[in-house]
Design a binder for this molecule. Structure first.
Ligand code: AMP
Length: 588
């Protein structure tokens, strides 16, 4: 399949042609005048006239809250991209001009929009909200969207391959440091924090953008009459960052040279840039409760050993140690050395320099969406079970809480084969409140796990991460009180990720596999509700059943014996659920 990737800026057009993943042609048209995209594209297509193009992938900067994935472009999708112009007045109009010109010239092939924001579209609420009244925020669409999605997603995947571990198990910090720059915390393959916000102006110091600045400073500048709104916009977006700080250039090569020759402002620019970056890396390690690898990419991340060195120094306390020699020589290039590990051999946290390739990611996404075909294959209903708060214990915990050698006794069997609810109960104690008489589920397990709902969390005064059952590493501490003793668990408290248990036969029927994330529409309640982010767990030991917690059941006003139907598989919903936006995640 031949995919043409188009990246239309306000005055430029970049293109790359891929043949089943192999880059065949690339080019750049610059200095396109207003209204000249059609002519520029004409030139590109004339140059490619010896090629049969099967699909076109368009980079679109802002997908707002509407797009959590790439989408095949039709009239409705086009209108939605147009509606996001207010959020990206410089970028989306140029992206649309490219889409219109390309669709006019190639009307018979699928066109796919790949959004910079989509990878971050389901940031947890705590990360996407600013500290203002949510009513005001909603009215004006003020929230954090995040950008550089294809780049963060691409290097995260590459890092997982390099580390030889599934992305779903990793905590990564990806630093895209180009002329625009952002950091992303990628936990279990999803963006949970990122430094750019409602616009690409927030966060790191960039080539010409200021990054974080006290909003009060802007109010002061405007009130004093020192600048008009347009001048302030221009100053913060075009005359700040490395360029503004150094007074020399937005290019790190020029600044590093001047700094080496003693230029004070050049030194200040480097110091502020790397200090800010280091601050974010430390913060994101804290957000994820640890980190497995830090990835450096983009023109600066891939090339500047000094910027990497300054940003990654003094992280020994995190278990991150840079090998000076490896770092000094490292330059990542797609065509030669796409991934370089610059860590000391015994460093627990790896530091990787990875060549990003946003166009390739856009081509892959285009192929996936245009290829379509991934219809959910069965309409078999899924029984829904509401799981109340409960506890799993280890042998040792059982001894400590109920006395040595004590055994669990079955109160009733559960629908999953071999599982049972017990007569035994425990009290859960948090810093703010307690919940007495919480049931234990048997049999005993290799790790203790306490599963509560969001409501329980606020009652207890704790912060429980959303996790898959069994995945308790680095989760929250909690106190358990039993008849014979009290146990201070260092970890094990979670809000369980909603999930569907499936036998392999069921999975085959639906056309899904273990750990796929799916969307389930719930019938039977007063409200039609779609749950996104439902994780499929496949095992020969499982019977078909979806588990949601009590909060979720209340939200859906679910009657007993409700059923759901699988309406989409993440990454394929553009095909399956054309008109429905993905709901926001359950997590705070
Ligand atoms: P990008 O937007 O990813 O293409 O990054 C462009 C920026 O990368 C330039 O403005 C430079 O600041 C930086 N850069 C590119 N090559 C080098 C290099 N060899 N050493 C240091 N910085 C570089």
């Amino acid at each position: 399949m031949k995919v043409l990737v188009l990246n239309c800026g306000s005055s430029s057009l970049k293109y790359k042609l891929y043949d089943d993943g192999a880059e065949q042609r690339a080019g750049l048209v610059e200095r396109i005048p207003d209204g000249g995209h059609e002519q520029a594209l004409q030139g590109v297509l004339d140059e490619l006239s010896d090629q049969t193009i099967d699909a076109v992938g368009h980079r679109v900067v802002h997908g707002g809250a509407r797009f959590a994935d790439a989408a095949r472009i039709d009239d409705a999708v086009r209108a939605d991209i147009e509606a996001c112009i207010a959020l990206a007045p410089l970028h989306n109009p140029a992206n649309l001009a490219g889409i219109d010109a390309a669709m006019a010239r190639l009307p018979d092939v699928p066109h796919v929009a790949v959004f910079d924001t989509a990878f971050h579209a389901r940031l947890p609420r705590r990360a996407r909200s600013y500290g203002i009244d949510p009513t005001l925020a909603d009215k004006h669409h003020i929230r954090r969207y995040g950008f550089h999605g294809p780049s963060h997603a691409f290097v995260a995947q590459r890092a997982a391959e390099q580390l030889g571990r599934p992305l779903e198990e990793l905590r990564l910090i990806t630093c895209h440091l180009g002329n625009g720059a952002s950091v992303c915390a990628v936990e279990c393959g999803r963006s949970v924090e990122t430094s750019m916000g409602m616009t690409p102006l927030e966060g790191l110091v960039m080539g010409t953008r200021s990054g974080d600045i006290d909003a009060g400073a802007l109010i002061a500048l405007l009130k004093s009459g020192a600048m008009t709104v347009d001048e302030l916009d221009h100053t913060l977006n075009k005359q700040s960052g490395l360029k503004g700080l150094s007074g020399i250039s937005n290019d790190v090569r020029d600044i590093e040279k001047a700094a080496a020759e003693g230029d004070e402002r050049a030194r200040l620019a480097i110091a502020v840039f790397t200090h800010r970056l280091r601050k974010y890396i430390g913060a994101y390690a804290a957000v994820m409760g640890g980190v497995d690898a830090v990835i450096m990419t983009g023109g600066i991340g891939q090339n500047s050993a000094t910027m990497r060195r300054r940003a990654l120094q003094r992280f020994e306390y995190l278990g991150l140690l840079i090998d000076e020699e490896k770092n000094a020589g490292a330059q990542a290039r797609h065509d030669r050395t796409p991934v370089v590990d610059i860590s000391e051999d015994h460093s627990r946290v790896r530091s990787l320099v990875i060549a990003t390739d946003e166009e390739r990611m856009i081509a892959d996404e285009t192929r996936r969406v245009a290829g379509g075909g991934a219809e959910v294959q069965s309409e078999m209903p899924i029984p829904i079970a509401v799981s109340a708060r409960h506890i799993h214990l280890t042998r040792e915990a059982m001894d400590a809480l109920f006395g040595p050698g004590s055994e669990l006794t079955s109160y009733r069997p559960l629908s999953q084969p071999g599982q049972f609810a017990c007569h035994e109960r425990l009290n859960i104690v948090g810093p703010r409140g307690r919940i007495d008489g919480v049931r234990i589920l048997g049999p005993l397990r290799p790790a203790c796990q306490v599963e509560i709902s969001r409501t329980d969390e606020f009652h207890l005064g704790v912060d429980a991460p959303v996790r898959h059952s069994g995945d308790v590493k680095g989760t929250a501490p909690i106190i358990l009180e039993g008849p014979k003793g009290t146990l201070h668990l260092q970890e094990g408290l979670i809000c369980a990720w909603r999930h569907i248990h499936m036998h392999p036969d069921d999975a085959a029927r639906y056309g899904v596999k273990d750990r796929d994330e799916v969307m389930v529409e719930i019938r039977g309640g007063d409200r039609d509700l779609i749950f996104a982010d439902v994780v499929v767990r496949v095992s020969p030991k499982y019977a078909l059943e979806m588990h949601i917690d009590t909060d979720e059941a209340n939200a859906a006003e679910l009657p007993p014996k409700s059923e759901g139907s699988l309406v989409g598989v993440e990454g394929r919903q553009a095909v399956l659920l054309k008109r429905k936006a993905w709901p926001q995640p359950a997590g705070e």
